[in-house]
Design a protein around this ligand. Sequence first.
Ligand code: GDP
Length: 481
Amino acid sequence: MGVLDETRVALGGIGDLFSGLVSPGVRLGVTGLSRAGKTVFITALVHNLLSGGRLPLFNAYAQGRIVRAYLEPQLHDELPRFAYEEHVQSLHGDNRRWPESTRRLSELRLTIEYAARGVIARNTHGGSLHIDIVDYPGEWLLDLPLMTMTFEDWSHRTVSQSRIAPRAALAGEWHEHLASLDPNAPASELAAQEAARLFTAYLARCRTDAVSMSSLPPGRFLMPGDLDGSPLLTFAPLDVTPHASAPRGSLHAMMRRRYDSYVAHVVKPFFYGHFARLDRQIVLADVLTALNAGPSAVADLSAALTAVLACFRQGENTWASSLLGRKIDRILFAATKADLLHHTSHDRLEAILRLIVEGAVNRAEYSGAAVDVAAIAAIRATREATVKQGGETLPCIVGVPQAGETIGDETFDGRTEAAIFPGDLPEDPARALDGSLAGAIRFVRFRPPLIEAKPPLVQSPSFPHIRLDRTIEFLFGDKFR
Ligand code: GDP
């Protein structure tokens, strides 16, 4: 990292430090790949805090020290606000549905007033904590390693990966085009556009539920945010070796220049402007969809989460971070949608997540950040029941499956309740990676639960959840001193 880059973090940090003197705050990053559950998580977290949900494991709250919580006006005019009210609205009523998912970065400031214990806290800010929630696509996080990779490194790695199953079967069209390109031929705008289009279509195929790959940079190709249609996204990998040189005016030189622009104008500003200023981070992962797709999806998720943790270790020990004390000191990996399983499998889901991030976690703990894993459901859409079938008692979950979901030859209509046995997760988490689970578990999507509520909905009785309180305690419970 160059001195200039560090200075940029330091300046951002000084601004944060001054506002922190008035009233202390936490910048909480919420990330995860698309459909991991970020929007639902933030909505449920804020709703439970605003409306006094059931949070027995959030200590300051259980001790009766939380006085009130409220949303503050948007802090930064240039950033979109997390559409909290809209999301709460969509989760209520007969036509209730899950909210619109995260597609770009957004922010929300929640302030919690509490009965302070410490003398300093009582005499300075009187017991008030700002929580700035920063919601951003995990796809962007997986771009951070590009800062240390050349175009040739990235091309070589991406093309090699795409020649291995299950990716290889999805790359046919792009490979055909790639084989027709001569990197040393004169630069051609049309060739670049076509390569970018076919490469993006390949990435999108790798992301479908049935395949569920996770490591698919550049992140903006799948989650463009406000760069949709931008020329910054008009490049693709070429079939070159890591040390290939690019003749002037060649296709190779043009693709390399565009890749470098992407890193300079997209990846670095995200890192310095947002990522490097977070204090705490939760990384949500849809482990169940990966389990459904099979062991290569689980292995790829593991590789992606390891890459994510490596990002958190980048800015560590720079003079800027040690001067200002700004670095992420707590990271939680959470497997979402635990309500799709009977509670007897919740700890097993946690064990599988622990196994897939294990190597990475050990390294991060060594570097000083506290890392934990949890299986959670931000909004519990099911309840539990046991069903007797052929002399066997099956632990089932009961809820309204979404219209069009199927099990066997049954298709659900989106109105009728059903008891479903999703299968048991294995006691030995290693079985998630060895392929022996194939066909043993089957998840369906449920509609959100029906909550009886009167306006104002933003403060109506909150949604049921699984371990959201434990998550809150880990992420910022220690700040209520
Ligand atoms: P994002 O792309 O990370 O913002 O993901 P969302 O928060 O929009 O979640 C994607 C989908 O996952 C939702 O539309 C729901 O179908 C499902 N989902 C998310 N959280 C939960 C949960 O706690 N329980 C259940 N049953 N489904 C959830």
